[in-house]
Design a protein around this ligand. Sequence first.
Ligand code: SAM
Length: 229
Amino acid sequence: MGVLGDSDLEALLATLHAKSDEQVEAMRSWRGEKSEEATFSPEERAARLKAFVSDKLVALDRDKAEFCYQLCRATGARQLVEVGTSYGVSTLYLAAAVRDNIAGSGGSGRVIATEYEPEKAKAARANFSRAGLDALIELREGDLRETLKVIGDPVDFMLVDIWIDMARPALELVAPHLREGAIVICDNTQAYREAYADYFAFIGDPANGFRTMTLPFNGGLELSVRCSR
Ligand SMILES: C[S@@+](CC[C@H](N)C(=O)[O-])C[C@H]1O[C@@H](n2cnc3c(N)ncnc32)[C@H](O)[C@@H]1O
């Protein structure tokens, strides 16, 4: 049994991770085969990549997702926001943490999840109900710049696993709702350091009250903590 302590859920996740890993390989080949890519502008390349990944899982790596589960258990997180849900792999880890925190000490909680591809959202909902975790997940469909305008309860934990240009706008929307000591995790911050420049500018601005470090997971995983002083 893995860290989730739930063999049925872990079996479902193993299938989803395997599918995602296969697609990552296909994406590598797709990129390698595109010798004509050099003739496209950066905007055209970005649009082509966006179209290619529009039906791919691009799931958070298993060890990073397990780490998020552990962080949420350690801190008793109940109000979570995830930006970038896709087929719901990381969401299932987060919702399992909420379920287990509630089972341990009562109360209520939820994961606000976000996805703008309708087919991915549909697949995510099917996975949530297969895992029996749908009651703990509020999937907001549409562009997160609209769907995260209202958050509600103070947020304990945020996962940023989204196309990089959306990372800062998402954090700007959620930041006013992060409680003191809240954790923000962001994927691939070492591999795409430059592309994340505006995200780091926001995190590094003392007025926004974060302490941050890049953890040595594959590609880097940013762990930022809301500390007002
Ligand atoms: C890296 S994937 C998320 C993977 C997911 N966390 C997992 O572990 O399975 C990023 C997702 O964000 C979605 N996305 C990108 N921009 C978005 C936006 N502006 N609003 C909502 N969803 C968006 C994409 O469609 C994609 O499915």
